[in-house]
Design a protein around this ligand. Structure first.
Ligand code: A2P
Length: 346
């Protein structure tokens, strides 16, 4: 018998965070502290613009360094929370230095050499990893946390999603823009958007990623469809998505219609989700209290509610759900740290 699961492969815990000054980077620092991750030392990396600034880690000031090819010497773990291009360029340097990479960008998510991991759902896919592990898209994570338990218990035929996505998914500048544009709007002042294309205050718009002119789907929707299929291990699963950016700061919400193999009573759906790790059922019909971004913010759990039969499906096989999850926590930093914890040699 093996002394520990094969994926437990993190030999030391000298840790680097790439993108430490960003929205996800800040949460990575907080989650590592909160969960008492046993990092023996910590290196904070960002672009040259931030070099020399100071961030706190475990009560100590740490100076942010400019990312370079040599940044990873001596590192065992590199948590990437920057853009895809930065991951593509620098993950190989981290690997060459012997670090295991956990990347938050979309760069490696469909690479079959790189496991796409949600620890509650598919930890076994870490077995035999080759040093680069992908953290899924935030919307894919929140969706799968609610849908995978139903798939496992009842069988899944089809998935239809409408997403209500927070500013944080577009990074710290978009969060700042939501605040600044709201303040300007309330003062009756003009505001020229910079981080996003459209007015964000008191508005919502189709997701700001690039739209494929042929299919009409944007990049975010394409990612969610492909990653959800990969995580659920169902390459032919019909999935449709409409992704919308809404003026919330850091928690996404998702309306999901889930077609199962056979009709299932809402009570059985509720029971199944109540047993699912990392999921909290918020489904109080009497009080009209269901998942909300405001209550998902700062929570590690994904909230699931509005559990009801979808009357739009005459077969009776479909259920409707509403989910909310903190995009920066379970949708990014928390999931990444949970992966790192799973890699620790016990
Ligand atoms: P910086 O703050 O120096 O620009 P967000 O998604 O919240 O915008 O954060 C992106 C993170 O990625 C920031 O920490 C940002 O650093 C970092 N980043 C962006 N481009 C690079 C780069 N070329 N090299 C290293 N870090 C980068």
């Amino acid at each position: 018998m093996l002394p520990h699961p094969p994926y437990r492969s993190l030999r030391g815990t000298t840790t680097a965070i790439v993108g430490a000054t960003g929205a996800v980077g800040a949460e990575l620092i907080r989650v590592l502290e909160d969960r008492d991750f046993p990092a023996s030392s910590m290196k904070l990396l960002a672009s040259a613009r931030s070099a020399g600034t100071t961030l706190m880690y475990r009560g100590e000031p740490l100076v942010v360094e400019a990312l370079s090819a040599d940044s990873f010497v001596g590192c065992d773990l590199a948590l990437f929370a920057a853009d895809g291009e930065t991951a593509r360029t620098y993950a190989p340097h981290a690997r060459a230095a012997g670090a295991i990479v956990i990347d938050n960008s979309s760069t490696f998510r469909l690479d079959l050499d790189c496991p796409l991991v949600i620890p509650e759902l598919n930890l076994e896919t870490l077995n035999g990893h080759r040093g680069v592990i992908a953290n899924p898209n935030c919307t894919a994570i929140i969706t799968c946390m609610g849908v995978a338990p139903l798939q496992r218990r009842f069988g899944l035929r089809r998935l239809q999603l409408s997403t209500y996505q927070a500013a944080s998914g577009a990074g710290a500048p978009a969060m700042a823009e939501l605040l600044a544009s709201t303040e300007a709007y309330l003062r009756g002042e003009a505001f020229a958007p910079k981080a996003l294309k459209h007015r964000y205050a008191f508005n919502l718009f189709s997701h700001d990623s690039q739209v494929d002119p042929a299919s009409g789907y944007n990049d975010e929707e394409i990612k969610v469809m492909a990653e959800t299929r990969r995580i659920l291990g169902s390459s032919n699963l019909p999935v449709g998505v409409t992704s919308v950016r809404v003026p919330t700061l850091r928690a996404h919400a998702i309306a999901a219609t889930v077609e199962l193999d056979a009709p299932v009573a809402p009570a059985a759906i509720r029971e199944c989700l109540a047993d699912a790790p990392g999921v909290r059922v918020v489904d109080d019909r009497e009080a009209n209290h269901f998942p909300m971004p405001a209550e998902a913010e700062g929570q590690g759990d994904v909230l699931v509610g509005r559990i009801r039969r979808d009357l739009g499906d005459p077969s009776g096989r479909s259920v409707a759900l509403f989910l909310a999850g903190d995009q920066l926590l379970k949708g990014a930093a928390l999931n990444a740290v949970q992966i790192a914890e799973a890699l620790l040699i016990a």
